[in-house]
Design a protein around this ligand. Structure first.
Ligand SMILES: CC(C)(COP(=O)(O)OP(=O)(O)OC[C@H]1O[C@@H](n2cnc3c(N)ncnc32)[C@H](O)[C@@H]1OP(=O)(O)O)[C@@H](O)C(=O)NCCC(=O)NCCS
Length: 471
């Protein structure tokens, strides 16, 4: 018999070993909160938990079956020290989590990455983010480290992560450009009860072996990247070496009239802008050079932009009941344009103290920018005169639009990652206040690069280490 969520919570606390059916109507927020309370309690208490959701989104009710056990065992965390498998054990292997196991993982990761959302919304968001561009059609893979002898849904999840298949370009000294793929590793997580036993290290070592041949179609995999929030050493020791620089500029929000020069970018504009951008990126990558043997870039494609924007949609709908219409700003006429594509990122509730919500500029394009090759010899190619003044005015308009957008949407900073030499120079000229930051602990872009035959190779020059590729 299906019972209400409030009874589910009471039943969970008192029943020694049982399972229940819990029914609720769509958008029944209180019900979702209680269900979430059961979930987090189950995980905290290390009790067997299995959730089966049934029903169709068009039906008035959805039914969740919750199964649990009285004490920590099988799927629950190990309670005895002797129960922890050795991280070097041959029994441990990478596997893909089942849908039920994904719910356990997301419930565990909520404390770290719930950001502005309560648990039920975070669970919804996590599921939703498996269906959006870059993730859908097997673009995203979920990984867990488990004992390979135990059946799915009854095995402790020692740690977990996700990978995203990304379209990349490499080029060599003569400027031959190759299309290939890079896997982006994200959400490396170990539940508190399992930490400091080497499981994530083992998982990363297994991934290093698996990813070079994972999901290859016609394209070669040239490497894997991640953005470390735990400094440079942990992943560096495992072969994901930090990029030599991880810099960004921070601007403060500023209430200002909307664009005097240029206009807002809306979602419908993005496909064409990304296409034009890719043509320019290919051209820049094809520039011959004697300075750099190998270059790599993650293509700033529509899928990357939309992944960030879908995440933004979810949080802003929850926080404001609407989504921000502006996805960026653009100034100038085609061939001579400057544009920024941005995303609104809420790391915590709007009343949190201190607040640290960010308008990230995902990608900044200055069409006339010859320093965009990122080659040392091109760094001085900064044109002067009236054209320079015009470009500074366009860039200033775009950045001020970002500052105004941040003020309007209650964001605390605007961040622009890895500006080109010309952009840095023009920002200085524009007189816009900013702070230059070199990140040492968080969002450290790190890469493991595979040579022609899958063997380790020297790190290429990472062209456009901008925020769009973060995930
Ligand atoms: C980061 C995390 C995966 C590490 O898990 P773990 O089980 O402690 O990792 P391992 O057992 O494989 O490695 C332990 C070593 O990692 C290093 N380490 C662990 N957590 C660290 C952190 N937050 N910062 C820097 N180094 C860390 C230490 O050197 C530690 O060795 P020590 O115990 O001798 O000090 C885990 O703490 C976690 O899930 N944190 C929350 C999510 C997160 O931050 N993920 C990383 C995103 S990039």
């Amino acid at each position: 018999m299906a019972i209400s969520p409030s009874k589910a919570e009471a039943a969970f606390d008192t029943s020694p070993q049982d399972s229940i059916l819990c029914s609720m109507r769509p958008r029944e927020c209180a019900g979702l909160h209680l269900l979430a309370a059961c979930l987090s309690r189950a995980v905290r208490q290390s009790r067997l938990l299995k959730i089966v959701a049934s029903g169709h989104s068009e039906l008035p009710e959805r039914v969740f079956a919750l199964h649990w056990s009285a004490s920590p065992n099988s799927m629950g965390n190990f309670s005895e020290k002797a129960d922890f498998p050795d991280s070097n054990s041959l029994d441990l292997a990478l596997r893909h989590p089942t849908p039920d196991e994904c719910v356990i993982i997301w419930t565990n990761t909520f404390e770290s990455w719930g950001d502005s959302l309560p648990l039920p919304e975070y669970l919804n968001e996590s599921l939703f983010l498996t269906t959006v561009p870059l993730a859908k059609d097997e673009g995203m893979s979920n990984w867990i480290l488990v004992d390979k002898n135990l059946p799915p849904n009854q095995r402790p999840i020692l740690c977990s992560c996700e990978t995203f298949r990304k379209h990349s370009l490499t080029s060599n000294a003569v400027g031959n450009v190759d299309d290939n793929i890079v896997h982006g590793i994200a959400s490396v997580f170990c539940a508190p009860g399992y930490r400091r036993r080497g499981y994530p290290v083992r998982m990363m070592k297994e991934l290093a072996k698996t990813l070079p041949t994972w999901q290859l179609d016609a394209s070669r995999c040239v490497g894997s990247i991640l953005y470390s929030d735990i400094g440079k050493e942990y992943y560096g020791n495992l072969g994901w070496h930090p990029n030599p620089t991880n810099s960004h500029l921070t601007f403060e929000p500023r209430i200002a009239p909307k664009l005097s020069l240029g206009q807002e970018i809306v979602e419908g504009d993005l496909a064409e802008l990304c296409k034009r951008d890719e043509i320019m990126v290919r051209k820049a990558m094809a520039t011959p050079t004697n300075d750099v043997k190998m270059r790599v870039t993650i293509v700033p494609d529509l899928d990357h932009m939309l992944w960030h924007i879908r995440k933004e949609d979810f949080a802003s709908r929850y926080l404001f009941g609407k989504v921000p219409p502006a996805k960026g700003a653009i100034a100038g006429s085609p061939g001579n344009q400057v544009w920024a594509i941005w995303t609104h990122r809420y790391y915590g509730p709007l009343d949190a103290e201190p607040r640290n919500n960010v308008l990230y500029i995902l990608r900044l394009v200055v069409e006339a920018d010859e320093t965009a090759t990122r080659l040392p010899l091109d760094a001085e190619k900064k044109f002067k005169g009236a054209r320079y003044d015009e470009q500074v005015a366009y860039l200033k308009a775009v950045l001020q639009a970002a500052q105004a957008e941040a003020a309007e949407w209650k964001l605390d900073h605007v961040k622009l990652w890895d500006p080109t030499p010309l952009v840095q120079d023009m920002i200085m000229q524009s007189g816009i206040d900013h702070v230059v930051v070199e990140r040492e602990e968080d969002s450290i872009a790190s890469g493991m690069w595979y040579g022609e035959n899958g063997q380790g190779s020297v790190a290429p020059l990472w062209v456009n280490n901008e925020h769009y590729a973060w995930l």
